[in-house]
Design a protein around this ligand. Structure first.
Ligand SMILES: [Zn+2]
Length: 241
């Protein structure tokens, strides 16, 4: 919203549902009964989005497009590509559905992150709020702030409430109980609020279920039709007999 005229025009043109946040109508603050302004809870999410737009990660991120993805590597890569493409095309109808998420399982170099980011870019281009959560560093940050309740809530709130959350490399590395608890808190919340996730992981759905049944089953339920497993190279080296 650039200025008051824009804002008023938008108020007249848009229905309630066109606001990304109905509580503050995208003003990021709320006027309270006593006339003072209070920051809306969506504010920290918007700030994180702007950070993504402004950060160096984002530049690399923005280069990851369907147009520069090589899907000719294997049959599974091609299948994953077409699932990703169809997900991004149907996103508007999918986002309100029970199954509104997508998950890419595959080893390093399988192209899963490229595909996830390609979807993210299509959604960003249409104005959706996409939050990028690089699993390893984000989980470390969250755990460091766990003793500071206010700080922790502010951080985790971003991942819980983002319009679209992209978790990159879920459960990479050693997994502790507090990693599981944090991820469960985020996913369970998003599951009940019907908020989509885009996940990449080296684990299979079976692995995820084994790590934590509640997390695995939530993720599967949210993305059923859009589970893309890219085993890739491994296939060529598998020894039969
Ligand atoms: Zn708001």
């Amino acid at each position: 919203m650039k200025n008051t005229t824009d804002y008023l025009k938008n108020v007249n043109d848009y229905q309630e549902s066109n606001y990304r946040c109905n509580k503050c109508r995208d003003m990021m603050f709320i006027i309270q009964e006593d006339g003072t302004a209070k920051a809306c809870e969506c504010r920290s999410i918007r700030i994180a989005e702007d950070k993504l737009k402004a950060s160096g990660v984002s530049e690399e991120f923005r280069k990851m497009r369907f147009e520069n993805f090589d899907y000719s590597k294997s049959k599974e890569t091609m299948l994953a590509y077409s699932k990703a493409k169809s997900y991004s095309k149907k996103f508007e109808e999918l986002r309100v559905a029970r199954q509104n998420s997508i998950i890419f399982c595959g080893q390093v170099g399988s192209g899963k992150t490229h595909l996830a980011m390609s979807i993210g870019n299509v959604l960003l281009d249409t104005g959706a709020g996409v939050i990028y959560m690089p699993y390893r560093s984000s989980i470390t940050n969250l755990k460091q702030s766990i003793t500071d309740e206010e700080n922790y809530q502010r951080e985790i709130n971003i991942y819980k409430n983002a319009q679209v959350l992209m978790i990159d490399d879920l459960f990479k590395g050693r997994i502790t109980e507090s990693d599981i608890n944090i991820i469960y808190e985020i996913l369970d919340y998003r599951y009940f609020k019907n908020l989509p996730v885009i996940v990449t992981t080296e684990k299979s759905i079976g692995d995820l279920l084994e790590i934590d049944e509640a997390i695995g089953s939530r993720l599967y339920e949210m993305s059923k039709n859009y589970v893309a497993e890219i085993v890739g190279e491994k296939l060529n080296y598998r020894i039969y007999g």
